[in-house]
Design a protein around this ligand. Structure first.
Ligand code: RIB
Length: 299
């Protein structure tokens, strides 16, 4: 069983031919809404990958709540840990440029009401060998409480240190496994502008110091990881991205689910990288998360 403690957002998406520079206005091409939020995206990805998944988080008492949770309900994610809070459902304002790259501003709303008590209650029913997957779009004290409680119960913990916050490096040290993009990893390693070789050395050094499994996602270049003193690399698919929103979340959910289902580490990396690539071929965070059968076809 995988428990995801994290954010649930309504994504408000505008596509443009290119992303604006600060202070610049560009013409929008289209507007759409889609279910999103790093926690919710990862929960849905893990479920589509085939694992039993429980979501813990918060939405508001408003029309966005039903839209933001609809795909998780349809996929039969266990939603009993999602509370309704007096704050509005979280929203993410997203610009997607012609090359599929994006800019995102998140308004936490109800996500900010996820409490230490919610986190402890969520982990309270977990048992040894279960997986806890967290990110940094819910309050740091709740994430920390979940990680601490999970550790004391023998639960396997995975943290995606996104988006980068001032707590990222500290909370990152508290999980068994860390998933970061290049920038997030540099924060964890305490070094900037790493070349590939330097990144691998930094991964080995971090693993030697903390014993943590650390995975760095590299966009179109796949992923590099360290586990038990050994470097692993995995490629995704060669694709022309349409929309990269949620690709990292798809990777995280598929990775956790692959391990949970007993796949060896290296195969879990490859399966998750392929799922992440496929998610870039469609618009929208949750609508673009591939089904397991589509991922298997590519493997
Ligand atoms: O990682 C993508 C997600 O980040 C979007 O769905 C958006 O809601 C923001 O949380």
């Amino acid at each position: 069983m995988i428990t995801v403690l994290g954010s649930i957002n309504m994504d408000l998406v505008t596509t443009t031919t290119r992303l604006p520079k600060p202070g610049e206005t560009v013409a929008g091409l289209s507007f759409s809404t889609a279910a999103g939020g790093k926690g919710a995206n990862q929960a849905l990805a893990a479920k589509r990958a085939g694992s039993p998944v429980r979501m813990v988080g918060a939405v508001g008492d408003d029309p966005f709540a039903a839209q933001a949770t609809a795909m998780m309900h349809v996929a039969a994610v266990d939603m009993r840990g999602v509370k309704t809070s007096p704050s509005p459902t979280g929203t993410a304002l997203i610009l997607v440029g012609g090359d599929g790259e994006n800019m995102i501003a998140v308004v936490p709303g109800a996500n900010a009401t996820v409490s230490v008590e919610d986190a402890r209650a969520a982990v309270g029913s977990m048992t040894r060998g279960d997986y806890l997957l967290v990110q940094l779009e819910t309050p740091a004290p709740a994430v920390e409480a979940a990680l601490d409680a999970a550790r004391s119960r023998g639960v396997i913990t995975v943290i995606n240190i996104a988006p980068l916050t001032e707590d990222a490096a500290r909370l990152g040290r508290k999980a068994d496994m860390v998933i970061a993009n290049e920038t997030e990893f540099e924060r964890l390693a305490g070094r900037d502008s790493l070349s590939s070789e330097e990144r691998e050395k930094a991964l080995l050094a971090l693993n030697a110091e903390t014993r943590q499994t650390v995975i760095v996602t590299l966009g179109g270049d796949g992923v590099v990881a360290v586990r038990d003193g050994k470097i692993y690399r995995a490629k995704g698919l060669k694709i022309e991205p349409v929309d990269t929103v949620g690709a990292g979340d798809t990777f995280c959910g598929y990775f956790a689910a692959s391990l949970e289902s007993g796949l060896p580490f290296e195969k879990a990396l490859r399966r998750a990288a392929v799922a992440g690539s496929l998610s870039c071929l469609k618009a929208g965070a949750q609508p673009s998360i591939p089904q397991a059968a589509d991922v298997e076809k590519e493997l």
